[in-house]
Design a protein around this ligand. Structure first.
Ligand code: AMP
Length: 449
């Protein structure tokens, strides 16, 4: 029988764990954040750079650091087999962050030879195989920027650090993020860090066995990372470890002092946090993080770091390029959006309002299929005039057209045989319930009123 031959129902495919779809009720906020950032970056002289989403694995191994969690555990890497004898097989990786790619591009296109300071920003997806949770995804978006150039361009100046931090404070304020907090530290020059790492190793040796397993491993491979640890039981021991501030050279200390003076002059508030070393190997001197206030209000819970960054004076050389000091940041766009959504919801609850999507200007209801072509032509005319318009279908019952129009639009335009013949349309405004006849020639003005 035909029925017994039915193919079994196939399970519906879903987005891969840690990835998600952004539907049209969400994307307006994403676009608003991105256009606000683009306009603000332009005011500070930044230009956009778009680098590939995958790069050679070696770029991240060298640029981010083999011992970091990102490179050792979280990258999506594959062997890209050669298709032709002339092509070599390659290890490729979906970018887990964008700074390494930007610095590679800086070197590859010899941007340093212009002698100018390069101010570059990017907006795009990044990929890390982390355990997904609210505010932590395997594909997530970052909005970031880098200021990089030869020393003669002033790229090493603490003023650049202060300008970046002031720009970020302005961006968060302009977006309406309330109660952000800037955590700030200096991890010193590469030489300072070597001395500090040694001091940490020595201090960790006698207490290592008391720490959690992860921290025991970090104490061996990358002692600075112990300072990042959130393990509750280890906190007292970690707080008692030597502080980087005591290992800064005079140069590094002076750089940090000048940065703080410039922030004070711009009234940007900050909290000094000696444990802020951040996860990536390339940071030197200034490191920073902006957090949303913890808990319910931010919508983020424990994933409350909105953005992070720092100086990377040796990164270009690590990637085989010329000396090119730089500083940059990456904003977690997903987290910024979650924070803004949580704020909007809280505001709506307090004020008793609802978050309604903006309505279209008009819904055109052809009354029979005969009017369909003319209805579409009318929609074309109104849209060309800049109005937002939806067209129904002549097979719809009038009741159905009214129901759809009422949810979608501010007005309904009834378009039947009479209307086509007389060129006089029936226009109803939902807010007032008023229904009027409007000459076709006056329709645009009536809708814009
Ligand atoms: P990082 O590149 O690790 O310095 O991260 C910069 C910012 O990106 C963080 O402060 C987060 O806001 C965001 N971020 C990092 N990893 C993720 C992730 N897996 N999911 C969502 N946002 C992330």
């Amino acid at each position: 029988m035909a029925d017994s031959k039915k193919t079994p129902a196939r399970p519906a495919l879903k987005a891969v764990r840690g990835t998600r779809d952004l539907l049209p009720d969400q994307t307006p906020l994403w676009n608003h954040v991105e256009s606000t950032a683009r306009a603000l970056f332009a005011r500070y002289g930044f230009g956009e750079i778009r680098t590939p989403i995958f790069e050679s694995t070696d770029l991240f191994a060298r640029g981010v650091g083999e011992e970091t969690d990102i490179v050792s555990k979280e990258m999506f890497t594959w062997e890209d087999r050669a298709r032709a004898a002339s092509e070599k097989a390659q290890q490729l990786t979906l970018r887990p962050e964008n700074t390494a790619g930007v610095v590679r591009a800086y070197i590859e296109h010899k941007l340093g030879e212009t002698g100018q300071l390069q101010k570059l920003y990017y907006i795009g997806p990044q990929f890390r195989r982390e355990r997904p949770q609210r505010g932590r995804y395997r594909q997530f978006w970052q909005i970031g920027a880098e200021v990089i150039g030869p020393q003669s361009s002033g790229s090493e100046s603490p003023l650049r650090d202060a300008e970046i931090l002031e720009m970020l404070a302005s961006l968060l304020t302009e977006l309406g993020i309330r109660d952000w907090r800037l955590e700030l530290n200096s991890v010193g020059s590469t030489e300072d860090r070597i001395r500090y790492n040694q001091a940490l190793r020595e201090a960790l040796a006698p207490i290592k066995h008391l720490l959690c397993e992860d921290n025991q491993r970090r104490a061996e491979t990358n002692p600075l990372r112990v300072l990042d640890s959130k393990d509750e039981a280890d906190q007292d021991l970690i707080n008692a470890l030597p502080k980087i501030a005591d290992y800064l050279s005079d140069d590094s200390r002076a750089h940090f002092t000048q940065l703080l003076a410039a922030l004070d002059a711009c009234n940007v508030p900050y909290n000094l946090n000696p444990r802020l070393v951040r996860g990536l190997d390339y940071y030197t001197r200034t490191t920073f993080e902006f957090t949303a206030t913890t808990g319910q209000a931010s919508g983020l819970g424990t994933q409350n770091a909105l953005l992070g960054g720092g100086r990377y004076d040796g990164l270009s050389e690590m990637l085989g390029g010329p000396r090119a000091p730089g500083i940059g940041f990456a904003i977690g766009e997903d987290r910024l959006i979650l924070t803004l959504q949580a704020q909007q919801e809280a505001d709506a609850t307090t004020s008793g309002t609802t978050l309604a999507a903006p309505k279209l200007d008009a819904y055109i209801a052809p009354l029979t299929p005969t009017q369909n072509p003319a209805a579409l032509a009318l929609a074309q005319e109104l849209r060309t005039a800049g109005l937002t318009v939806e067209v129904g279908d002549g097979t719809f019952k009038l009741r159905k057209s009214f129901d759809i129009a009422d949810t979608l639009a501010r007005h309904i335009i009834l378009f039947g045989e009479d209307e086509v013949a007389t060129n006089i349309l029936t226009l109803k405004t939902f807010a007032t319930g008023e229904q009027v006849k409007v000459a076709h020639a006056n329709l645009i003005a009536a809708l814009k009123a």
